[in-house]
Ligand binder design. Structure first.
Ligand code: ATP
Ligand code: MG
Length: 250
């Protein structure tokens, strides 16, 4: 469902250019979940932005659902993949109600039946109709992240990109959101690509893991191998050590 082949992303031009992703290649099968880990600044969000089509890549190919993505994606190609960010406070507009936040992607995609779709999307993420006309500041952090997930799912994408989706939340709320994502993935056959600095969060949702360092994918492994400490790259070992409390009981 996702295939990256030698994807390179540069920010800036000339002498000031930074290569934030160097020749990244990996693939994620339909319905699978792949986790990207690595230190701050290693290029994880950059890879997600390239998959989402939010930034142009200077080299390589991004294929989604078997189609090579062009520089300017068509509306159906944009619908294929939706993204959820770390901070739902930042990603939801403070002056927009939940209803408005959910109506906007439907408008962009030219989808009708808004009324029923909004009610269904709220139900899917476990929010009642009483939340529909609230503003972001009238919701808890976990509820805001549920709204952000509903907004991503309302256009029925096949791929969900998650950039630190639980790191702004309390531990108990984190587990609820991870359980919600696990259920949604199963029910919708979604393919997921998730960034987290927390290996336990990755292991909860993902079967496969890619480790990034300085813009490169330095190791690819499985969550099981990671949990067993069976890693080959020194940097992955360092990450395991810095996640000392990591085990699979999230
Ligand atoms: N818009 C931008 N313009 C210039 N440089 C950028 C831009 N966005 C990111 N970078 C740089 O690219 C590199 C990779 O950034 P990226 O955001 O992908 O890292 P990350 O792995 O997601 O880090 P974090 O864990 O802190 O979110 C960093 O050196 C960063 O400073
Ligand atoms: Mg990031």
């Amino acid at each position: 469902m996702i295939r990256l082949d030698g994807v390179t992303v540069r920010y800036g031009h000339g002498r000031h250019a930074i290569v934030a992703a160097h020749g990244i290649s990996f693939s994620v099968a339909r319905g699978a979940a792949y986790g990207l880990v690595g230190e701050s600044g290693s290029g994880k969000s950059t890879v997600l932005r390239a998959v989402a089509g939010l930034i142009a890549h200077a080299g390589g190919r991004v294929e989604l659902a078997g189609q090579a993505m062009p520089a300017n994606r068509t509306r159906p190609q944009r619908r294929l993949v939706q993204m959820v960010f770390q901070d739902p406070y930042g990603s939801l507009h403070p002056n927009q109600t939940v209803d408005q936040a959910l109506a906007s992607p439907l408008r962009v995609q030219g989808l009708d039946g808004g009324e029923a779709r909004i009610a269904a999307a709220l139900r899917e993420v476990g929010l009642g109709t009483e939340h529909r006309f609230r503003f972001p500041h009238q919701l808890s952090g976990g509820q805001r992240q549920r709204v952000a997930i509903a907004r991503a799912l309302i256009v029925a994408p096949r791929i969900l990109l998650l950039d630190e989706p639980t790191s702004a939340l309390d531990v108990s709320v984190q587990a609820e959101i991870l359980n919600l994502l696990t259920r949604l993935r199963r029910e919708h056959g979604l393919t997921m690509l998730m960034v987290s600095h927390d290996l336990a969060v990755i292991a909860h949702l993902c079967e496969h893991v890619g480790v990034m360092q300085h813009g490169r994918l330095v190791e690819q492994t499985t969550a099981d191998a990671l949990a067993a400490g069976a890693v080959s790259h020194d940097h992955t070992r360092d990450l395991l050590l810095s996640n000392a409390s990591f085990d699979r009981r999230v």
